[in-house]
Design a binder for this molecule. Sequence first.
Ligand code: ADP
Ligand code: MG
Length: 348
Amino acid sequence: MTAAAADPAGSITTEFSLIREIQGRFGRSDSSIVRGIGDDAAVLSPSDRSDWVVTTDLLAEGIHFDLRTASWEDLGYRAAAANLSDIAAMGGLPKYFLVSLALPSRYAGRHVYRLYAGMMTACRPHRVRLIGGDTSASRQGVFINLTVIGTVRRGRALLRHGARIGDGIYVTGTLGDSQAGLALLQRPRSAPGLKPRMRTFLIGRHLRPTARVREGLWLSANRFATAAIDVSDGVSGDLRHICEESRVGADVEAASLPVSPACRAYANCRDLDLLEMVLRGGEDYELLFTVPASRERRLRKAARTAGIRVTRIGTIVSRAHGATIRTPEGSSRPLPVTSYEHFRSGTR
Ligand code: ADP
Ligand code: MG
């Protein structure tokens, strides 16, 4: 990019000094990085027993985030967590990331450093290194693009297309929290009876989600999962992705969906349909995966030993059956098709 085309940090910082500053503050190296920030491209020297896992995500202001409800640190954290989650869903170990930014001129260097500080908070526990990026001006709105590169043992990536009839369907953690947290940020007075502790928990689940990297590595290392995906669009939509890719159907039991006490209390306070919230709510970044019946006992035992929360929510069935949800009253209906993307564009 040419310096004349962008000066995202305003008159006080040039693009060159901004990049130098980013490099100095956030660019750590390790033995697999031959060259990181500062050249025309990064040079990596990987071990040859791995497959690469590469993912990228573009976030646009007003579509994916709102600077009125999220700080720059939160934004950086969430952007990084979403990408780390994609690597986790493949059973990969995240190692490097690149960041491309387009910023309107009213933002200064300090905003950018806060954004990077948030990203580093998400990346640091996994020792993911910043190895490059690109910087541009923007006439309208902030754009943030992250690329994360990871590795997985050769042939061990967890793909979406491996689910087989009879497999158990599992999910880590709890579902719906992030959606509730987002609603609380957008309408802070909407659930007056909710305990402050629960409010904090739900908002934290939205602004600071945990990428399930450890869980993904564990699934891949133990060969537990036949297919996996992270819950970014809502469990209903994401399970449909697995079904489509694997050419199977799914039978989900509503009563088994893992819900936190805070999420349940929030739905009660607002008189919302908890099941709908849990099925459609996006951005929980939990892992959704399928396990052959012959491996299920071992999975549950290993999960207890490792302190990993996994819940069986249903069974993979034939494609002809479709994707259905069984309610506690015993009726069965198709899983909602609407994904979080559609849901979101209607609410913002
Ligand atoms: P080029 O003109 O070749 O794209 P740049 O001046 O954009 O070169 O980039 C110089 C170096 O700085 C490269 O290593 C690039 O990856 C890195 N870089 C540029 N922008 C960013 C950014 N926003 N975050 C991290 N690294 C960046
Ligand atoms: Mg560039």
